[in-house]
Design a protein around this ligand. Sequence first.
Ligand code: 5GP
Ligand code: ZN
Length: 115
Amino acid sequence: MDDECLFCQIASGKIASDIVYEDNDVVAFTDVSPGAPTHLLIVPRVHLASLNDTDTKDIELLGKMMRAAITLAKEHDLAEGGYRLVINTGKDAGQTVGHIHLHLLGGRSLSWPPG
Ligand code: 5GP
Ligand code: ZN
């Protein structure tokens, strides 16, 4: 059995997904269970379980994830109407996959605060 995590395997192409963007550091793909008309996940290629596992050395990587999300939001015509970026961290936030992922949600009105 492969002990690499799910999003490591998606990022490396071992598990197929609908990849919408990739570069040397980050990969973005469509969420399998979308919560909005546009629901993308932006992940680092390196395995980091959650924001709690990041350090000052990861500042540039976190910025690259954010920049990729902003570019994708514009490409999906979300800039004017608005969109939401979310990183669920830990049990109380409902994190279900132990590899950092930035959700990009848009294309409908999003309620606040989230559940
Ligand atoms: P979390 O709840 O951890 O913040 O978000 C995990 C997200 O990953 C969920 O929105 C879920 O639908 C998505 N997800 C889980 N498994 C897969 C998968 O195999 N492929 C894709 N594309 N998304 C997945
Ligand atoms: Zn991983």
